[in-house]
Design a binder for this molecule. Structure first.
Ligand code: ZN
Length: 263
């Protein structure tokens, strides 16, 4: 675990974070994430490389467009910084290897979904479906070639794809029931996201992920209502809680599960 690698992962994370900002800006608006090249959304001025350096450009420009002085959302900076820290943590937690690569990919999807749901209350299929595809492919390859993440080796099923399929089915089915009962409180996007999380976390960790999402979502909703920051009529998006719970489950779920089952 060298400082050089930790620094490299931080820098890589800030660059990926600035790309996640672009995805979160463009996908909910139905725009392409590749073209046109990065530009100011207010004055349309194309951004040269010096205006796209993660973290530094925002600080140097004091959070404003260089050309029209329109404020750049603080979220840009937070996502770049947050993704940098996340990548550093992931490298520290997993070390180099295929588990790191796959977890980095899933975390990027969850961060992008977290932003689009918070800001636009949408969970774009263009993010969720590739996640489902990759999760199915990886679990299938793992089942054929005999590799499995440490977190789901002790579930009793021989094949990873079985763990993944049961997890995905449970996540999808569970939130589908919640969505039908709550009649509009939970969207179709949340149901599909829960299916993705179940595939990724597998059985039995899908239970931990759903439990964490519901408890954290419930607590935050209660606090918002208590302090009158939201009224009963306001919809509080559930996707961000699902995304955070999914990441926490990937990192610490198996520890939490063994702790729960021994106490
Ligand atoms: Zn501008």
């Amino acid at each position: 675990m060298s400082g050089l690698w930790l620094t490299l992962f931080f820098l890589l994370g800030t660059i990926v974070g600035s790309f996640l900002n672009v995805i979160a800006d463009r996908l909910p608006a139905g725009k392409s994430i590749i073209s046109p090249p990065s530009h100011c959304s207010a004055c349309q001025h194309r951004l040269p490389a010096k205006d796209m350096v993660p973290i530094f450009s925002y600080l140097f420009l004091r959070g404003q467009c260089r050309y029209c002085s329109t404020p750049i959302p603080m979220r840009s900076l937070l996502v770049e910084l947050g993704t940098g820290i996340l990548f550093t943590f992931l490298y520290w937690h997993y070390g180099l290897g295929w588990e790191l690569a796959i977890t980095v990919f899933y975390c990027c999807l969850f961060v992008a979904l977290l932003i689009t749901d918070l800001e636009h209350t949408v969970l774009p299929n263009k993010i969720v479906y590739p996640g489902i595809g990759v999760a199915l492919i990886v679990a299938t390859l793992g089942s054929i070639f005999g590799f499995e993440p440490k977190s789901i080796t002790d579930s009793g099923f021989e094949l990873w794809i079985v763990d993944a399929a049961i997890g995905g089915g449970f996540g999808f089915g569970f939130l589908l029931i919640v969505a039908l009962i709550s009649r509009g409180g939970m969207g179709w996007g949340d149901v599909k996201l829960a299916g993705l999380i179940g595939l990724v976390a597998g059985f039995p960790l899908v239970f931990i992920a759903m439990f964490l999402a519901i408890v954290s979502g419930g607590l935050v909703a209660a606090v918002l209502l208590l302090f009158k920051l939201k009224s009963r009529k306001d919809a509080i998006p559930f996707g961000p809680f699902l995304c955070l719970a999914a990441m926490a489950t990937l990192f610490w779920g198996s520890k939490l599960l063994s702790w729960l089952s021994f106490s």
